[in-house]
Structure formats: C-alpha cells, structure tokens
Ligand binder design. Structure first.
Ligand code: FES
Length: 165
C-alpha cells in the first residue's frame, strides 16, 4: 500500500500502532474498499474463466464483412499474389473464380500485420505468417501462436466483387 490509496481499515491500524494523527484524505471508505476488492476478485475470476492456455487472441472479431470491387485491386487478377485489401484483411486469388482471405490481425497480441514479400509480417514482435495464414516464425518473445484466421469469401462474377467476412 506504499504510496497508494489506503483503505480506512489500514489507516486505523496505522493510527493505533503509531499514536499519531494522520490525514486520511487518501483513505478509502470501508464500502469503497470492499467494492474495489470485489471488482478485483471478479476480474480474476473472469480472466481465469477465459483462459485457454494459449497466448494471444484465438479469434479476432473484424466486425461486419466488407465488399470490394476487384477492379480496384488489379493485383488480384493474378493467382498467388497476397493483396492487402484494407479493413485488416488480405486476399489471394487461388483460381479463376476462387479466393482465400485472412485476417491481418496478429494472433500474438493483435497488431496489424503488414503484407510484404507475399506474406504477413508483424511489426510488433516479428512474427511472420505464410500466404495461407500458417505461422512461419513466431514472436521474438518466444510464445507459441496460432495461424491467422481464415475468412469466408464470396466471389460475385456478375458485378466483379468479393465479399469478405
Ligand atoms: S503482436 Fe504480432 S508478433 Fe506480437
């Protein structure tokens, strides 16, 4: 409790042990102390309940899907080229009418990876993911991480668009 806010109870102990007057302007009321303690305990319970033993997010919510016009991304005319389509997503054409899409959010601590050298490169701790999202190299911190999430993608040939989850 050094330098921090003291609960009223510890102020009373301090006073009884030192027999000196002490300003209690920084002390918490008993009610505040109990409320904060209950919140801290609840946070620990929630954290433990959510723990799965894996470092970093196992799934990343990207919000609503997006629709892109393929005419805006001429690189997607070629198969096997990883293209940053914005909105934390990247796409690769795998055939005449087929595409794969992945989240660019790093599965280590959630940094936005960059598309470079036809792969995903995380600027935060150096993780590298292959074009299919698999891990080529984990973070410099040494933790084990999972692949980048695969995203559902739908090609609309009529209007030449892709809708990506
Ligand atoms: S957040 Fe990507 S390597 Fe740490």
């Amino acid at each position: 409790m050094d330098g921090g806010v003291r609960p009223a109870l510890s102020c009373a102990i301090y006073l009884s042990n030192h027999h000196t007057a002490m300003s209690c302007k920084d002390c918490l009321s008993r009610r505040d102390f109990l409320a904060r303690s209950a919140l801290a305990a609840a946070a620990v319970v929630v954290a433990e309940a959510c723990g799965d033993g894996q470092i970093g997010p196992t799934s990343v919510a990207l919000g609503n899907g997006i629709t892109i016009n393929l005419a805006d991304f001429p690189e997607l005319a070629t198969t096997g080229v990883l293209v940053d389509v914005g909105h934390e997503r990247a796409v690769v054409r795998t055939g005449p009418a087929s595409f794969d899409a992945h989240s660019r959010i790093c599965t280590h601590e959630g940094c936005d990876t960059a598309v470079a050298n036809n792969r995903f490169e995380c600027p935060c701790h150096g993780s590298i993911f292959a074009i299919d999202g698999s891990v080529i190299r984990g973070p410099s911190t040494g933790e084990s991480i999972g692949p980048l999430p695969d995203l559902a993608v739908q090609f609309n040939a009529t209007d030449n668009t892709l809708t990506i989850q």
